[in-house]
Ligand binder design. Structure first.
Ligand code: ATP
Ligand code: MG
Length: 329
């Protein structure tokens, strides 16, 4: 079986963007690949976190992976911080990554503008840790949203550079971007991606939002004054609503546009809201159920950390040998 790796940060609560852009595809691919799904808590501390909150969010996120439909018996669902190989490989790869490459990363630019008081080295080398996450498991495929494409490209560059020096050590991973939902935009500013760390709660639909909240957020969604339900760049608000609708219902934009032909923005917003509510409901119900079963989740955490460690260590030992670290005796 080919290998799949992906992860999410335990910053904030998951949004509809995370779900439609990533998690939903994870579930679709989970039978076909040998999967590693990580709660990437090492990445989370690149911005300041409240420790108790972070711990709670990480646990909720891991539970949510299962609630969304991943199978913890088959897929490896674990905390990044429980597998020390991520940090160890990341250090080695740091020495094979150029400052100039990292300087070009748009996420670093965005996040350092947002956290100007804390532009730490971890924020800068974030893509190297992400490369380590992926390469550690020799992943063939990495399902992500469009915003992570640049990080995936640098991962491939680092892997190729390393292989060029030491021979075939790493599998070169490919990105997997879903057909729809790959970039869900903020409901309040459709020029910006929906993000779980957005301060404006109306900008994002959260996976745990109740139906009334979801409907209210869609009613308030920023659109335009064109009065036309068309799928085009000039109408980013409407385009985003159509994208969400398509991702929920498995439609193409053409089909959706046809369905709303001659109808108003109000009707579109209602329909999108309802589609989202019915996608979220089963995930929320399952989450509530799973959260009650502490022993079950604890068991998954323990077993899967061991499994992840086993595969991670295999790659790490190979890499350590290649770069010339002394053998363990
Ligand atoms: P943060 O603001 O803390 O970076 P985030 O919402 O960007 O939060 P991440 O944990 O960085 O979430 O990303 C998790 C996954 O969700 C990645 O695969 C990313 O590509 C995807 N993703 C994030 N935002 C969107 C979005 N708006 N549309 C589609 N996919 C998204
Ligand atoms: Mg992000």
């Amino acid at each position: 079986k080919k290998v799949l790796f992906s992860g999410m940060q335990a910053t904030g609560t998951l949004t509809l963007g995370n779900y439609l852009g990533a998690l939903k595809n994870w579930v679709t691919l989970s039978d076909e690949y040998e999967c590693f799904y990580s709660v990437v808590d090492l990445h989370s501390i690149t911005v300041r976190q409240n420790p108790a909150e972070l711990r709670k969010r990480a646990r909720n996120l891991l539970t949510l992976y299962i609630a969304a439909g991943l199978n913890p018996e088959k897929n490896c669902i674990y905390y990044q911080s429980h597998v020390s190989g991520h940090a160890e490989l990341s250090w080695i790869l740091n020495c094979f990554t150029y400052m100039g490459e990292l300087n070009r990363m748009t996420q670093f630019k965005d996040k350092s503008a947002k956290h100007a008081d804390n532009i730490n080295a971890g924020l800068f080398t974030y893509p190297v840790l992400m490369a380590a996450d992926i390469l550690l498991y020799q992943a063939d495929v990495v399902p992500v949203g469009i915003d992570q494409m640049q990080h995936l490209e640098i991962t491939r560059d680092i892997a190729q550079r390393f292989n060029g020096i030491y021979g075939d050590v790493f599998t070169i991973p490919e990105a997997y971007i879903g057909k729809s939902g790959a970039k869900i935009m903020s409901l309040q500013n459709p020029d910006k991606k929906m993000s779980k760390s957005d301060e404006n709660p109306n900008a994002s639909v959260y996976l745990m939002d109740d139906p009334d909240t979801v409907m209210r957020k869609f009613k308030r969604a920023v659109t335009d004054s064109e009065g036309c339900i068309c799928y085009r760049e000039e109408q980013p608000g409407i385009k985003n609503l159509l994208d969400i609708y398509c991702a929920c219902n498995g439609l193409t934009p053409e089909q959706a546009v046809k369905e709303f032909d001659g109808r108003g923005y109000g009707e579109l917003k209602m329909a999108v809201g309802e589609a989202v509510v019915s996608v979220l409901k089963p995930v929320q119900d399952r989450f509530a159920e799973l959260s009650k079963d502490k022993a079950y989740i604890d068991g998954i955490i323990k077993e899967n950390a061991e499994k992840a460690n086993y595969y991670a260590t295999k790659t790490l030992r190979k890499v350590q040998k290649k770069v010339g670290f002394p053998e363990r005796v």
